[in-house]
Design a protein around this ligand. Structure first.
Ligand SMILES: [Zn+2]
Length: 330
């Protein structure tokens, strides 16, 4: 389906860049939408089938976003209404596939210029806590941890396995109730939320003055480059970037920094985020397999180079940002 023939009963065009407000875009990828699998669970959602949609890159800041969003109310909530099995949820906690990501998250918190680790135990909130693995690891370091998780099954599991409070309220509701935290983490969540600066502003409100936010997202520019080359080199491979709109935000280092600044943050540092490992992640063969994967080789290669040279090539980005306060230096 060409870009100018969007079905207006299904989609509404996105006019301006969600990060900088720019209105000049370059289309750079066509994603596919096929939600026919939801036919029995949610027939309205299953109308999004046999469709394509363009991803647009903002000329001003380089941010990538879809040319349009679905008009179906609660489209994303309905698409993410996944009914995972109990065994899968347990394996998500135990397999350690994201432990490298969480280790770097906690390192970033410790190194934060405003002493986020000082004065423990201080309050730590993981937004999108999933099965509670980061909360479990953060508590081992002395943080007073809580989470937010909207999926009822993973939320219940996270609470039972950690014994910690995992809220079913969204971040805006929690901020409105007056809760404040020294640290907020947002790991592999922001790429899924349209108009991302709004969520970042809410997280800003959830932080104490001088508190820090750690965000991890895929680097949209580098992921596009990787997929483009893979489709050229691997016969029959089709580049996939955001099929079914699983990712709506495609950051580059500059757009991520700008988004955080527009949300009110200061002392922003954007660097390389860690990749996820393929479970199982223990044992000699698993070690060799994971370390031999191209994204892992690239991760360690790029780690050894000055980040300012190569940040646009990072497959994942991690940002640390501070909420300004009377005691923070600019
Ligand atoms: Zn922009």
């Amino acid at each position: 389906m060409p870009s100018n023939s969007l079905d207006i009963t299904l989609f509404e065009r996105v006019i301006a860049c969600w990060i900088c407000g720019g209105t000049a875009f370059v289309p750079y990828h066509r994603l596919r939408m096929d939600l026919a699998i939801y036919e029995s669970q949610d027939p309205e959602l299953a109308r999004y089938r046999d469709l394509t949609l363009a991803l647009h890159r903002c000329v001003s800041c380089g941010f990538g976003q879809p040319e349009a969003l679905p008009t179906l109310p609660q489209f994303f909530d309905r698409m993410y209404d996944q009914r995972w099995s109990d065994d899968w949820i347990v394996s998500e906690f135990r397999n350690g596939a994201k432990d490298l990501i969480f280790k770097r998250t906690l390192e970033a918190v410790r190194k934060s210029s405003n002493g986020c680790g000082a004065g423990k135990p201080a309050r730590f909130l993981d937004v999108g806590a999933h099965v509670g693995r980061l909360l479990f690891l953060a508590r081992e370091q002395g943080w007073q941890c809580e989470g937010i998780e909207l999926n009822p099954k993973t939320r219940a599991y996270a609470e039972s396995v950690t014994g910690l409070k995992v809220h079913h309220r969204n971040a805006q509701q929690l901020a409105g109730s007056g809760e404040r935290y020294r640290v907020v983490t947002l790991i592999d969540v922001l790429e899924h939320i349209p108009r991302p600066v709004e969520l970042l502003r809410t997280l800003h409100a959830l932080l104490e003055e001088g508190g820090c936010l750690v965000v991890k997202v895929p680097n949209g520019r580098a992921q596009h480059l990787k997929e483009t080359w893979k489709s050229r080199l691997v016969p029959g491979y089709r580049a996939t970037l955001a099929d079914n709109l699983v990712h709506v935000n495609h950051f580059n280092p500059r757009a991520l920094e700008l988004a955080l600044r527009n949300a009110g943050f200061d002392q922003i540092r954007v660097g390389q985020g860690a990749p996820e490992e393929i479970p199982p992640v223990t044992g000699f063969r698993a070690l060799i397999r994971n370390r031999m994967r191209p994204c892992f080789l690239g991760f360690y290669l790029l780690e050894s180079l000055p980040s300012s040279w190569v940040s646009s090539l990072f497959l994942h980005l991690q940002a640390v940002a501070i909420k300004p306060g009377p005691h923070t230096s600019r």
